[in-house]
Ligand binder design. Structure first.
Ligand code: NAD
Ligand code: MG
Length: 402
C-alpha cells in the first residue's frame, strides 16, 4: 500500500472517525480508507495509550482531532502533535473519546475499541446520529437494547463490521420480511488454534494468540481460542437482527471461507464467502449500499480445497454454552459474562490464570450475577463493574500454577 499522504477533499468526501485506530481493525480500516481518498477523509482518530502510534497516524492522515484514552497522556499527545508540525487538536480521557465520537465533521464512526471500554463512545456516536460501523462487539453484548434504541431515535445507522454479522447483513438483503422469511442464522467459526487439541492444560498466551486464519488483537484472539468469541457473536447476532437464541446456530468451518449463512423458510440457504480478510466487511460497511474495493485478495475457489462444516464441541469449549445461557437469562447475565471474560482473558495473558480455567471462572461469576435488566448506560456500567469485582475475588480465592 502506498505511503503517500492522505488527500483531503473537503466537501466531496465523507468524514470518518476511528475509535481504536491503532488496533487491528483500525489498521484495516485505514488501509481501506487510503484506497478511496475521493470518498473519505479521516477526521478523528483515537487510541488508548500508544501516543507514538497515534501521532504517526496523524502525520499520515492529518485528522482534525486525535484523542488518547489515558487522560495522563494529554501533554505527551499535545507535544507529539506539535513536534510533528500538525494542526490536529488533542483530546484525552473518556471526554476526549466522546468528543471524537460526536465530532460534527464525522459522518461515519468506526467503533473499534476492544472491550466494554468502548461502550460509552460507541453509544455516544449512536446518539449523535452517526453512521456507526460496529466492530466493538462487547458494546452490543453489554448494551444491546440501549444501542439499538439510540440508533433508532437519533436516525443513526448501524452496520456490522464483525465478519459473521456483516455476512448475515448481506444475506438478509434478500429477505423482505426477515421475521417470517428466515428460519435461522448460522454463524461460522474457524474453531481457533485448538480445534483438534483435546488437552488444553499448559496452553500459553503465544499459542492462544496464534490464530490459524485471522490476524487480530490479543483479546479477540484468546476469545477465538476459547470459542467465547463465537459466544459473544451469538449474543451480538441476536441483538442486532432481533432473533431469539434458538434461531442462532453455530457451525465450525475451519477454512473460514463462508463467513456466515441465513436459512430461509423455502429451504434456501444463502452464504457470504470471501478471503478471511477484515478489509472486505469493512469496505462493505464503508461503501454501503455501494460496493468499493477493499484490497483483500480475491477468493480462488479452485485453490481453497474442500470446505468442511461440523458441530462445535461445547464440552471441550464450554464458553459457547455459557454465552447461550447468558443470552437466555437476559441482559444482566450478558454483561456479567462479558466482564468475567475480560478479567479472565487479561489474567490469562498475564500468565496468572490457566487457559483451561477460563470457562470455570466465568461460570462462577455468572452463577452469582444480578438478574435485574439495566435501563441506562449508568446501570450497565454498574453491573459491569460489579461483575469485574466478583471475577477478581474468584481469582483471588483460587490458586493456580501457570
Ligand atoms: P486491538 O487490541 O488490536 O485494538 C484495540 C484498539 O482499542 C486500540 O486502538 C487500543 O488503543 C484501543 N483501546 C484498547 N483499550 C482501550 C481503552 N480502555 N480505552 C480506549 N481505547 C482503548 O483490537 P482489535 O482486534 O482491533 O479489536 C477491536 C474490536 O473489534 C474488538 O471488540 C473485537 O472483538 C472486534 N473485532 C475484531 C476483529 C479483528 O479481526 N481484529 C474482527 C471482528 C471484530
Ligand atoms: Mg467475527
Amino acid at each position: 500500500m502506498s505511503q503517500a499522504p492522505f488527500h483531503r477533499e473537503q466537501g466531496r468526501t465523507q468524514g470518518v472517525c476511528i475509535l481504536g485506530a491503532t488496533g487491528s481493525i483500525g489498521a484495516s480500516t485505514l488501509d481501506v480508507l487510503a484506497r478511496h481518498p475521493e470518498r473519505f477523509r479521516v477526521v478523528a482518530l483515537t487510541a488508548n495509550s500508544n501516543v507514538q502510534a497515534l501521532v504517526d497516524l496523524c502525520r499520515r492522515f492529518e485528522p482534525e482531532l486525535a484523542a488518547i484514552g489515558d487522560a495522563a497522556l494529554r501533554a505527551a499527545l499535545e507535544q507529539g502533535l506539535r513536534s510533528a508540525g500538525l494542526r490536529t487538536k488533542a483530546a484525552a480521557g473518556p471526554e476526549g473519546l466522546l468528543r471524537a465520537a460526536r465530532l460534527e465533521s464525522a459522518h461515519c464512526v468506526v467503533a473499534a475499541i476492544v472491550g466494554a471500554a468502548g461502550l460509552s463512545a460507541t453509544l455516544a456516536a449512536a446518539r449523535a446520529g452517526k453512521r456507526l460501523l460496529l466492530a466493538n462487539k462487547e458494546a452490543i453484548v453489554c448494551a444491546g437494547s440501549l444501542l439499538i434504541e439510540a440508533v433508532r431515535s437519533s436516525g443513526a445507522s448501524l452496520l456490522p463490521v464483525d465478519s459473521e454479522h456483516n455476512a448475515i447483513h448481506q444475506c438478509l438483503a434478500a429477505a423482505r420480511d426477515a421475521e417470517r422469511a428466515v428460519l435461522r442464522l448460522i454463524l461460522t467459526a474457524s474453531g481457533g488454534p485448538f480445534l483438534r487439541r483435546t488437552d488444553l492444560t499448559g496452553v500459553t498466551p503465544e499459542e492462544a494468540c496464534a490464530h490459524p486464519k485471522w490476524n487480530m488483537g490479543r483479546k479477540i484472539s484468546v476469545d477465538s481460542a476459547t470459542l467465547m468469541n463465537k459466544g459473544l457473536e451469538v449474543i451480538e447476532a441476536s441483538r442486532l437482527f432481533g432473533f431469539a437464541p434458538e434461531r442462532v446456530d453455530v457451525v465450525i468451518h475451519p477454512q473460514s471461507v463462508v463467513h456466515s449463512m441465513v436459512e430461509f423458510v423455502d429451504g434456501s440457504v444463502l452464504a457470504q464467502m470471501g478471503s478471511p480478510d477484515m478489509r472486505t466487511p469493512i469496505a462493505y460497511a464503508l461503501g454501503f449500499p455501494e460496493r468499493i474495493g477493499s484490497g483483500s485478495p480475491r477468493l480462488d475457489l479452485l485453490q481453497t480445497g474442500p470446505l468442511q462444516f461440523e458441530a462445535p464441541d461445547q464440552d471441550q469449549f464450554p464458553c459457547l454454552r455459557l454465552a447461550y445461557q447468558a443470552l437466555r437469562e437476559g441482559p444482566a447475565s450478558c454483561i456479567a459474562l462479558n466482564a468475567a471474560n475480560e478479567v479472565a482473558v487479561e489474567s490469562f495473558l498475564n500468565r496468572e490464570l490457566p487457559f483451561a480455567r477460563i470457562p470455570a471462572m466465568i461460570q462462577d461469576v455468572l452463577a452469582e450475577c444480578s438478574t435485574t435488566p439495566p435501563d441506562s448506560i449508568e446501570a450497565v456500567i454498574e453491573l459491569d463493574l460489579a461483575a469485574r469485582r466478583r471475577a477478581r475475588s474468584v481469582l483471588a480465592r483460587s490458586a493456580w500454577n501457570c
